[in-house]
Design a protein around this ligand. Structure first.
Ligand code: PHE
Length: 347
């Protein structure tokens, strides 16, 4: 009796196999009928699996495998047939109306901050500077103490800080000078790096200031580096970036540089906008700079008797606003496509 059942089932499965393999159609309804007939909840396979329960244990493996194969073949057949008719109907629809307008290709554009940042990197890389990057979340040492800003130093107030944790202090970096500290700790002079990156300051947001912005800071350390080298480097940058050839270094104070200066470029007074952005003076401040304070070199284990260096820092938004005449810094972060699209042609 059981022997018969086995023969019976094996026979049935083989016959169904043949049917499945032979089945061909180009109609999607027929494919669906076929699917229901074989794979549906009351279909052939369901029935065979029910019968399978009565198969003698030692034959179960063989019959089981045959059943699985049948199910796979039926599934494959359905997919194959569906694919063949979908493919062909797509081809038809693609060519059915040749006058139909094409789907527009939406080209993206680079963000103006990236455009300016990349230009600055490019200009400095031509005179041997390489890019060095570091973390946005910093500790007190790299953002402040190593830069000659010990705890309770009043100059810490120059940069209002977002603290993440207190004791030990973990914070969002207020400038990318922190990257320079990391680089000095891990590399020996000569050093020639620029550090572009995002920085954070706890400031009120307005048309001219934001609590998140971008900087590019530069550092040059070698034997016999002088203030004249700094000035020449900045002049080269000004010529390349702004096509202006007059700069002015105004005495200033930064804890990590001595002497320190603000960098002004002579923008000119040709148009009304020139008058407006330079407040009628023709001069524009673009950043800070100075000779690296020997204390900073000591803090990063660089021999301050043998080596000297200069550093400078500037705001990327500031420069982008100048170059593209952008009236409000907040426009950079709103990601309004009408604003961003205007930079499509700029690379
Ligand atoms: N780190 C300074 C700032 O963020 C800029 C600066 C860099 C000034 C290097 C001098 C030298 O304001």
């Amino acid at each position: 009796m059981r022997f018969n059942l086995y023969l019976n089932m094996k026979d049935k499965i083989d016959k169904f196999f043949e049917k499945v393999n032979k089945f061909e159609t180009k109609s999607s309804e027929k494919i669906e009928d076929f699917r229901i007939e074989y794979l549906g909840s009351k279909g052939v396979l369901k029935q065979l699996f029910t019968e399978f329960k009565d198969v003698e244990p030692k034959l179960k493996k063989e019959i089981g495998q045959a059943l699985n194969n049948l199910r796979n073949s039926a599934t494959e057949k359905v997919n194959e047939l569906k694919f063949s008719i979908e493919g062909s109907s797509n081809v038809e629809s693609r060519f059915d109306d040749l006058t139909r307008p094409a789907t527009p290709i939406e080209l993206g554009s680079r963000h103006p901050i990236s455009i300016v940042k990349n230009r600055i990197i490019d200009i400095f890389s031509r005179i041997g500077f390489t890019v060095s990057e570091g973390p946005e979340i910093e500790d007190d040492w790299h953002n402040f103490t190593a830069l000659n800003l010990p705890e309770y130093h009043p100059a810490r107030d120059m940069q209002d800080t977002f603290f993440i944790e207190k004791d030990p202090d973990i914070l969002l970096r207020t400038h990318t000078s922190s990257v320079q500290v990391r680089y000095m700790e891990n590399n020996k002079p000569p050093i020639r790096i620029i550090s572009p990156g995002r920085v954070f300051r706890n400031e009120d947001i307005s048309a001219r200031a934001h609590c998140v912005f971008h900087q590019v800071e530069g550092l040059y350390i070698d034997t016999d580096v002088s203030f004249a080298d700094l000035k020449q480097t900045l002049l080269y940058f000004t010529k390349e970036m702004f096509s202006r050839s007059k700069i002015r270094l105004r005495p200033s104070y930064f804890p990590f540089t001595e002497p320190s200066a603000e960098i002004d470029i002579y923008w000119g007074l040709k148009t009304e906008t020139d008058h407006k952005i330079t407040k009628g003076t023709g001069w524009l401040e673009i950043g800070g700079c100075g000779m690296v304070d020997p204390n900073v070199l000591k803090n990063t284990n660089i021999d301050s008797k043998k080596y000297s260096g200069f550093a400078f820092g500037m705001g990327v938004e500031r420069i982008a606003m100048l170059l593209y005449q952008i009236p409000d810094i907040r426009m950079f972060y709103e990601n309004d496509v009408r604003f961003l699209e205007q930079f499509k042609s700029v690379i």
